[in-house]
Design a protein around this ligand. Structure first.
Ligand code: FMN
Length: 192
């Protein structure tokens, strides 16, 4: 049987990032259900700010190629997206832009895995406005993004010391998002 693998990442490298915590909580939830889930930090994949002249002169950065291959090797991807001025962070947009420049070698980084998205913010809306933009970008890149998403407001109080969500409602949303991601990814994999 082929291995079924999910990847979790966040659009923030801030120390104590709420979104990295959310990506970690999702990875933990998936692992508890027996899914092979990996949490990565974009800190380990630094990329320059995209400039087409640099791309022409220096080619693609190794980390763009590494990330492209990594996405393509997974069946599902969860992205936790912070909200900056009602949109996604420059880090996440820059990362997606670089990955979109990597030529596909058969398994497309956006078309192979199924995507789920979530956000966390100290604000009451939980960063949900970033998700509309992130969804639009992923769909434009050919991704299937499941409708179920999660936004965690008042994020400073939302996680306990173990990284679990303190609110029952938030935990239920996370579980639902996790199970729908798994179901959709498994269904599409079985059709491939
Ligand atoms: C430039 C900037 C713009 C921000 N804009 C928003 C916003 O529009 N909505 C919101 O809920 N939080 C906003 N925030 C606050 C972030 O949600 C907060 O810094 C959060 O901790 C970022 O996510 P992280 O903890 O994963 O790094 C903004 C923060 C910065 C630095």
């Amino acid at each position: 049987m082929q291995t079924f693998r999910l990847l979790c990442l966040a659009g923030s490298t801030r120390t104590d990032s709420y979104n990295y915590a959310l990506a970690g909580t999702m990875a933990k939830q998936l692992s508890l259900t027996g899914i092979n889930a990996t949490l990565i930090s974009l800190e380990d994949y630094p990329l320059p700010l995209f400039n087409a002249d640099d791309e022409t002169e220096k080619g693609l950065p190794d980390n763009a190629v590494r990330l492209s291959k990594l996405l393509a090797q997974h069946d599902g991807v969860f992205i936790a997206s912070p909200e900056y001025n009602a949109s996604l962070t420059p880090l996440l947009k820059n990362t997606l832009d670089w990955i979109s420049r990597v030529p596909s070698d058969g398994r497309d980084p956006f078309n192979t895995p199924v995507f789920a998205i979530g956000s966390a913010s100290p604000g009451k809306l939980g960063g949900m406005r970033s998700l509309a933009h992130l969804r639009q970008i992923l769909v434009a890149l050919g991704a299937i993004v499941i409708p179920e998403q999660i936004s965690i407001g008042s994020a400073g109080n939302a996680f306990d010391d173990k990284g679990d969500l303190t609110g029952d409602r938030e935990a239920a949303f996370l579980n639902n998002c996790a199970s729908k991601l798994v179901q959709t990814a498994q269904r599409l994999k079985s059709l491939a």
